[in-house]
Every structure is written in structure tokens, then in C-alpha cells.
Write a protein that binds this ligand. Structure first.
Ligand code: SF4
Ligand code: SF4
Length: 281
């Protein structure tokens, strides 16, 4: 993203829209400026502000004249009065910033769409997490902080070393140069995004191991990390295996979502398995 210095009138409205604080008014230039290193290409500034097409020279003159009378002219707070934002044409590897930061973006060029897979929320139809298994989402970054791929790689390498398989369709897995070692493509390590999610699945007996590993590695990563856990309930809708482990680790359990199994199965392999199981019951 760029701000056209010929158009910007330094009203400062855009500063508060940026979720990672990448916009500042340069005191020398007297124009709003984007710190390209910090900008995650989320387009919140471009889409989040209404635009007017006032003449920049006219606005600056009016503001100066009013200043003489100690009156301050500011546009409405949700407006860029001169439509000064101009999206860059994003090339690889910078384009991954937008893919992970702007929910409106689709990027066929990178194979990445969104931050994680949809299946994590629809296990009743995908049946990705089976009985006796636990799914984990490890989410890095949030508005206000963001995350660098070089930091995410610390986690993916540690998981790979412990021989934990990654979800194949996850966008981060697609960006690995070597899934066996958890190494991400070298040229994206210096890219920053708003957030990204690693998705893994293990058998229940490895739950504690994953919790310990994530806790250990997150100490080396300078961002917020949120851990999501999904598992199957028993026939009474209860879960007494994974929940006690989480509680032992000090997590307060709150069910984020309970899938009821009323949907149509979308995972063809699982559909076959489900039918075989039903036929043998
Ligand atoms: S809102 Fe527009 S005119 Fe105001 S500081 Fe930002 S880019 Fe410049
Ligand atoms: S694209 Fe997003 S991160 Fe970049 S300057 Fe605009 S709001 Fe900030």
C-alpha cells in the first residue's frame, strides 16, 4: 500500500485505522507515510475509510488560512479527504502478506486463500478429527501485533522434529519448502502478516506433548499465540479425556463450538468409511 504524497493533506485520519500501527505522519514531509516493513497489506486503510476527492492544494490552503485564526479544519474522522491511498501491485513474496491479512483477498498465484482451512470449524461433515484424535490450531498474531514468517517457522520446525504431521490443505503447509523439516520457503521468512494458523492432528495420547511443545517454543516468538483444541464428544455429548489434560495445564475450558453431525459428509474418504462402519454395526 502507498500513500500518494501529492494528495495527502496529513489530516491523520488513517493512523487509527491501521491494525499494526504502520502509518505515521512524517514531521519533515508533513505527509502520512507507511512503514513498508511493518505494513501487512491488509487494505484496512484503503477499504476502511470513505474517500472524498477534494483538491489537496485547496485543502492545505484552507487549513493554513484557518490556522491564522487559530481554527483547525479536520475532515470527518472516517474519511480520507483526498483519496490518497494507492494499492501497490504486489509481487511474490510480498503478496503473501495480503493473502494472510486481508480476508477479501484470493491469491491463486500463491495457492493461499485465507489463514486456515474451513474444515477446522465443520468437523461434523469433514470428520477430519476422528474418535481418539485431537486437532490443534496454533494461531499466531492478532490486530495490533502481527507475526513474521521467520517466527512461525520456529514452531513448524519444532513440530516437524517431533514428527507431527501438518494439515495438508492448510495455507502454511503449502508455503513449506520441506514438510518433513517444517522449513518455510526461504523468500517469505522476511514477510510479516496479520495472523496465520498452523493446523495439526495427533492421537489423544500426544495431547500433553503438544501442549508442552507449544508452551516451550512460544517463549521464543514475539507475538500472541492462541491455541485451539478440537476433539470428539462421546455419545452423551461429553468429553472426559482431553478436557482434564487441558485443565491440568491451567486452561479454562470453554466450548467454542459443538457440531451436531447433521450436515452432509464432504470428505469422500470419510463418507466411504462411515458407510462401511454403519453397514457392519
Ligand atoms: S486520511 Fe488521507 S489525507 Fe489524511 S493523513 Fe491519511 S492519507 Fe493523508
Ligand atoms: S494496508 Fe493495512 S497494514 Fe498496510 S498501512 Fe494500510 S492498514 Fe496499515
Amino acid at each position: 500500500m502507498k500513500i500518494n504524497p501529492d494528495k495527502c493533506v496529513a489530516c491523520g485520519n488513517c493512523i487509527y485505522v491501521c491494525p499494526v500501527g504502520a502509518i505515521y505522519v512524517d514531521p519533515t514531509l508533513k505527509r502520512a507515510t507507511i512503514d513498508r516493513n511493518e505494513c501487512v497489506e491488509c487494505y484496512a486503510c484503503y477499504y476502511g475509510l470513505s474517500t472524498e476527492h477534494l483538491n489537496p492544494g485547496f485543502v492545505r490552503t484552507v487549513r493554513k488560512l484557518l490556522q491564522f485564526g487559530r481554527v483547525r479544519f479536520d475532515p470527518e474522522p472516517d474519511i480520507c479527504p483526498t483519496a490518497a491511498f494507492e494499492p501497490d501491485h504486489l509481487e511474490w513474496p510480498r503478496v503473501v502478506r495480503r493473502a494472510f491479512s486481508d480476508p477479501r483477498a484470493t491469491h491463486e498465484s500463491t495457492g493461499v486463500q485465507g489463514r486456515g482451512t474451513e474444515e477446522v470449524k465443520t468437523n461434523d461433515v469433514t470428520k477430519r478429527v476422528r474418535q481418539g484424535e485431537v486437532g490443534f490450531t496454533i494461531e499466531f498474531g492478532r490486530p495490533g501485533v502481527g507475526v513474521w514468517f521467520r517466527d512461525i517457522e520456529k514452531m513448524t520446525q519444532a513440530l516437524a522434529e517431533a514428527k507431527i504431521p501438518f494439515e495438508k490443505k492448510n495455507p502454511l503447509t503449502l508455503l513449506m519448502s520441506d514438510v518433513a523439516t517444517g522449513k518455510l520457503k526461504q523468500d517469505i521468512l522476511g514477510e510479516k502478516v496479520l495472523s496465520a494458523i498452523v493446523e495439526i492432528k495427533v492421537t489423544v495420547d500426544r495431547t500433553e506433548e503438544i501442549l508442552r511443545l507449544v508452551r516451550e517454543v512460544e517463549k521464543q516468538i514475539d507475538t500472541v499465540i492462541a491455541l485451539g483444541v478440537s476433539t470428539r464428544c462421546d455419545e452423551n455429548g461429553e468429553e472426559h479425556v482431553v478436557a482434564p489434560i487441558l485443565e491440568r495445564f491451567g486452561y479454562r475450558i470453554q466450548r467454542a463450538k459443538t457440531n451436531t453431525g447433521l450436515g452432509r459428509i464432504t470428505n469422500p474418504e470419510e463418507e466411504v468409511r462411515f458407510q462401511v462402519e454403519a453397514a457392519t454395526m
